[in-house]
Design a protein around this ligand. Structure first.
Ligand SMILES: Cc1cc2nc3c(=O)[nH]c(=O)nc-3n(C[C@H](O)[C@H](O)[C@H](O)COP(=O)(O)O)c2cc1C
Length: 320
């Protein structure tokens, strides 16, 4: 979309968005719940809640815990399963005024390929995001996204069943996210989403018990933003494919950090729970920010904070 002479559109590995914003998986439903509060024609796209082969009822309650600078969640991938989803949900997505990205989760490589193939076959689904922050039950339960070899395997399998844009969502819960990113790219990813939630826990000091029913959860919101910005910065130097940067974005300035670190679009998740108009404000603010500097597209700021270090080791004096 051209606003103030600025083209806010972006191309994310073949997925063309009118605005450079994607609503984070699990944080926006399919848009229906937000239509009364937000202008869906002013968001680039919605990433749907992750869907699995079989229905899942999710983790024991409580599943959400507020913290001083973010939200801990352990929903446990509650979803109706791919059969129900295709039969009852997907046709509604045709009416949305923005792109709809399906999100696939699974517990084996075969699961991912199966769900991906069925979801991607639908015209309502413009692209597929792989949520690989799940344990692989076929081996020792290690998380796909935490093992470069497993990441490559699952991406290759998904690549084999669809030609649609394949976005692979990386986890920050690794030592070297750039190494995982390189494997995902080599295995056929068209784009990367960086990052999913950061592992965390809260404890109720009156009851002496974990606050989440599942004990551990994923932290999102402003607390994780600096973690996410660094992850985008490092991944951007490691791969040539576009990045959707996300983690704690609430304002234009937050979003700009991600573009300057190397993201071509931004994901907005938790912030929508408190203010569903944040994505619109970011889009408007971006047009103004770029126009004021005489710039005509987002690509002119992507990665501009990169100082050109050859490797992370060159600035590794980060121990405090
Ligand atoms: C309640 C909740 C549910 C989520 N569910 C999913 C999910 O099903 N699949 C997924 O890939 N990410 C899921 N996420 C992660 C978000 O999409 C996003 O990547 C993460 O929260 C970081 O961005 P944010 O700080 O803007 O929320 C979930 C996050 C929250 C808070």
């Amino acid at each position: 979309m051209v606003e103030r002479g600025v083209d806010l559109g972006v191309d994310i590995g073949g997925l063309r968005l009118r605005y450079p914003t994607l609503m984070g998986s699990g944080c926006y439903g399919s848009g229906e719940e937000f239509a009364a509060f937000a202008d869906l024609s002013k968001v680039g796209g919605i990433v749907l809640k992750s869907v699995t082969r079989l229905p899942r009822s999710g983790n024991p309650m409580p599943r959400l815990v507020n913290t001083s600078a973010g939200l801990l969640n352990a929903i446990g991938l509650q979803n109706p399963g791919i059969d129900w989803y295709l039969e009852h949900e997907v046709e509604k997505f045709a009416q949305r005024p923005c792109k709809i990205v399906g999100s696939v989760a699974g517990f084996s490589v075969a699961d991912y390929a199966y769900v991906c193939e069925r979801l991607a076959a639908r015209l309502e689904i413009a692209a597929i995001e792989l949520n690989i922050s799940c344990p692989n039950v076929a081996s020792e339960g290690e998380t796909f996204a935490c093992d470069p070899r497993l990441t490559a395997e699952v991406v290759r399998a998904a690549r084999g069943v669809t030609k649609k844009t394949l976005i692979v969502k990386l986890s920050p819960n690794v030592t070297d996210i750039a190494a995982v990113a390189r494997e995902a790219e080599a295995a056929g990813a068209d784009a990367l989403a960086v990052i999913n939630t950061v592992r965390g826990m809260g404890i109720d000091v009156e009851r002496w018990r974990p606050r989440l029913g599942n004990v551990a959860g994923g932290l999102s919101g402003p607390a994780i933003r600096p973690i996410a910005v660094l992850a985008v910065y490092e991944v951007a130097r490691a791969v040539a494919i576009p990045i959707v940067g996300q983690g704690g974005i609430e304002t234009l300035s937050d979003a700009l950090e991600f573009f300057l670190a190397g993201a071509s679009a931004v994901g907005i998740g938790t912030a929508n729970f408190t203010d569903p108009r944040i994505p619109e404000r970011i889009a408007d603010g971006l047009a103004e920010y770029l126009a004021k500097r005489g710039l005509r597209s987002i690509s002119e700021i992507v990665g501009k904070a990169n100082l050109g270090f050859a490797s992370a080791h060159e600035y590794e004096g980060d121990a405090g």
